[in-house]
Ligand binder design. Structure first.
Ligand SMILES: CC(=O)N[C@@H]([C@@H](O)[C@H](O)[C@H](O)CO)[C@@H](O)CC(=O)C(=O)O
Length: 301
């Protein structure tokens, strides 16, 4: 029997993990950072995308497929494929080896990818710490719909809240979606949404790395927020911060995320792909003790 490579297996199982942890997932981008999309080949990325679209049916409101790649042709192929399998949108990071040196060059690249799936909503995935492309998102949004008619919004995985705030502020009249990808400061962004209430903008949280295992607390934060109980929402955010602060000090990244996802769900996520190294036993033990002390394991223990 042909077994899929471990990484593919683990990514496929992430769809089931959402159910186990109980994340009320409105939107999930896949083949992104946590899913090591850039470490997979095109055929694996296609398989993962197909699996998510199938598994996500009736469970996720939207499945957005990250199709960014260094090769424009590969990106276009993945964008076309996303359209064929019925995805709800595509997302693209900036090419990160031979980099775009200004906004116009980056938009021209994104435009070519978007054109390969002309009926699919298009998101720019802004993650400058990993791509090294520091073009401000606020600048990129200026006039983007004229160049990319399918442009739908931004996944903002950066801590520059001035840039993020300006993206929201300058696009109040547009129907853009702003998805925030820094779990430790998500609450602040939800507050921005409230301040923005009545505007067509949407600031919300994508299913990012820690939501794979802190879904219960995240849901509590969202529910408190909905009922305008900002003090409870802030407490939930602080609780999430306590955990992220703890693991960050021990070295935290995609490998460690996978180890915690396995620990919390019981679903084996497999090792990460080289050059990443499997999280150490010591890290996993420490993370487990911290999750317990913060009462994060109670729903799955
Ligand atoms: C650099 C990184 O991995 N960022 C994570 C965050 O969820 C991050 O792990 C978390 O905020 C803890 O710092 C996400 O933005 C990545 C993400 O959403 C993805 O898997 O595409």
């Amino acid at each position: 029997m042909d077994l899929p490579p471990p990484n593919f297996h683990c990514l496929r199982e992430r769809a089931e993990l959402l159910e186990v942890i109980g994340v009320s997932a409105r939107l999930n981008t896949l083949n992104g950072t946590t899913g090591e999309g850039l470490s997979l080949n095109v055929s694996e990325r296609r398989q993962v995308a197909e699996e998510w679209v199938t598994k996500g049916r009736n469970k996720l409101d939207q499945v957005v497929i990250h199709v960014g790649a260094l090769s424009l042709k590969e990106s276009q192929e993945l964008a076309k494929h996303a359209a064929e399998i019925g995805a709800d949108g595509i997302a693209v990071i900036a090419p990160f080896f031979l980099k775009p040196w200004n906004k116009d060059v980056l938009v021209n690249f994104l435009k070519e990818v978007a054109a390969a799936a002309p009926a699919l909503p298009f998101y720019y995935y802004h993650i400058p710490a990993l791509t090294g492309v520091k073009i401000r998102a606020e600048e990129l949004l200026d006039g983007i719909q004229e160049k990319i008619p399918t442009f739908q919004g931004l996944k903002f995985s950066d801590t520059d809240l001035l840039d993020f705030g300006q993206c929201v502020d300058q696009n109040r009249q547009r129907q853009f979606a702003f998805l925030f990808g820094v779990d430790e400061t998500g609450f602040l962004c939800f507050r921005m949404h409230m301040v923005n209430h009545g505007c067509p903008n949407m600031v919300s949280q994508d299913v990012t790395s820690t939501y794979n295992y802190l879904g219960k607390k995240t849901n509590q934060m969202l529910e408190a927020f909905e009922r305008k109980d900002f003090s409870s929402a802030l407490n939930c955010q602080f609780c999430i911060q306590r955990f992220i602060n703890f693991v960050t000090k021990q070295g935290f990244g995609v490998s460690q995320t996978k180890a915690i996802m396995t620990l919390v769900s019981g679903i084996p996520m497999g090792p990460p792909r080289l050059p990443l190294q499997k999280a150490s036993r010591e890290f996993t033990d420490n993370a487990k003790a911290k999750l317990k002390s913060l009462d994060f394991l109670s729903c799955t223990d």
